[in-house]
Design a protein around this ligand. Structure first.
Ligand code: FEO
Length: 388
């Protein structure tokens, strides 16, 4: 697909992908490479190794592989570099990447690259009639990551940044719908990029001076509408700033339904007070979908039952996952039901604190099945101490 004159998107669609290193991808994904045609042809990124046939067929329909002179690797992770060695071997092209990119590609493919240009932050290169500028974006998503800017056409090839896991026949955000794409971009940010929020802020500030007509990520849809570009950049800025949203998220794992009753009581209190509240049952919702809602959350409420003197394994798994994602400083609160000992639920509070949450109030715990009066007390505590 020709995106603008002489710039093509080689979009490999992975319709079947349902999980991406533990992140659920119910809509599949795409691996977007981009071809810039000119006096010298330049390819930006490749695709995942098992998409070889699709990738090379699309690429060869636009240009003979032998006519590709340069291959830019914006990021060494295998969903973008999986076919890079095959491409370099077939084309004889020169590799362009960051110093970390060189190191990481060598470690992935156990070879040295003889024809290589290592670029520095903000370096420009003129290749034939095409000018390029590179911005190193370490930790967005890996230490090797960088983005490539094409100043003549005002295109930013952003790799993982601003991406979304959406397989589609469409190419542009406005063809699919901003709300859907934003939701998936937020899930992507929260699950992939959030631990590196301080790096995101630096990247946003270094890209601030660029005149950007399109953002072309390596997953999902391309941002081409100016308002939508401003929207996603503002969202990244807000998410990286860890600004609280409006939602009350009630996340729970239940064994015999007692914790669920408590979750429902909290939910009804929140709705009655006109909060935007959402119940998330861990046996139904994937943890990556729960995490995807956290950037919009004001307060997170976690409830669990106790099994073998531990919180339920689904909840423990979520907290372990959250510990790595670093949602620093958000308010959290706990509730739950236990059989004979309350202490696992006290440990639950400590686990959330260790994961970076503020837990200003002790939790509300009930032995076995809650009585009506206990639910009333829970609702009152939640309404007066947590919501207000
Ligand atoms: Fe899409 Fe960090 O790879």
């Amino acid at each position: 697909m020709e995106i603008v004159k002489d710039v093509y998107c080689i979009k490999t669609v992975d319709w079947d992908l349902k999980t991406f290193h533990g992140y659920s991808t119910p809509y599949g994904t795409t691996y977007n490479a981009y071809l810039c045609k000119g006096e010298e042809n330049i390819l930006i990124d490749t695709a995942k190794y098992y998409c070889e046939e699709q990738f090379f067929k699309m690429l060869e329909s636009i240009v003979p592989i032998k006519k590709i002179s340069y291959v830019i690797s914006n990021h060494a992770e295998l969903d973008h570099s999986g076919l890079i060695v095959k491409l370099l071997e077939r084309s004889g092209a020169t590799l362009i990447c960051s110093q970390k990119g060189k190191e990481n590609l060598e470690r992935h493919f156990h070879r040295e690259f003889s024809k290589i240009i290592v670029v520095q932050d903000k370096q420009t290169l003129k290749i034939g009639n095409i000018s390029l500028q590179f911005f190193l974006t370490p930790m967005v998503h890996w230490p090797d990551s960088m983005v490539t800017y094409l100043p003549d056409k005002k295109l930013l090839f952003s790799n993982d940044a601003f991406g979304q896991h959406i397989a589609s026949t469409k190419f542009f955000v406005d063809e699919v719908g901003l709300d859907i794409v934003l939701r998936e971009a937020r899930k992507y940010y929260a699950n992939i990029v959030n631990p590196y929020a301080s790096s995101v802020k630096k990247v946003l500030s270094s890209l601030d001076s660029l005149d950007i007509q399109m953002i072309l990520p390596s997953h999902g849809l391309i941002w081409r509408d100016r308002v939508q570009i401003e929207t996603i950049v503002e969202k990244y800025s807000k998410w990286a700033g860890n600004e609280a949203g409006q939602k009350i998220l009630i996340v729970y794992a239940t064994m015999w339904g007692s914790t669920k009753k408590m979750a429902e009581r909290c939910y009804l209190e929140a709705v009655e007070k006109k909060y935007e509240a959402e119940m998330m049952n861990l046996s139904i919702k994937h943890i990556s979908d729960i995490v995807g809602e956290i950037p919009e959350a004001k307060i997170l409420v976690f409830g669990t039952s106790v099994l073998h003197n531990q919180i339920l394994p689904e909840m423990a798994g979520l907290i372990t996952y959250l510990s790595g994602l670093k949602f620093i400083g958000r308010k959290a609160w706990t509730f739950g039901s236990y059989g004979w000992a309350e202490f696992p639920l006290r440990k639950f509070e400590a686990m959330l604190k260790e994961a970076g949450f503020e837990v200003p109030h002790t939790g509300f715990y009930i032995k076995f099945v809650p009585e009506q009066q206990q639910l009333v007390e829970l609702g009152k505590f939640f309404r007066e101490k947590i919501l207000d």
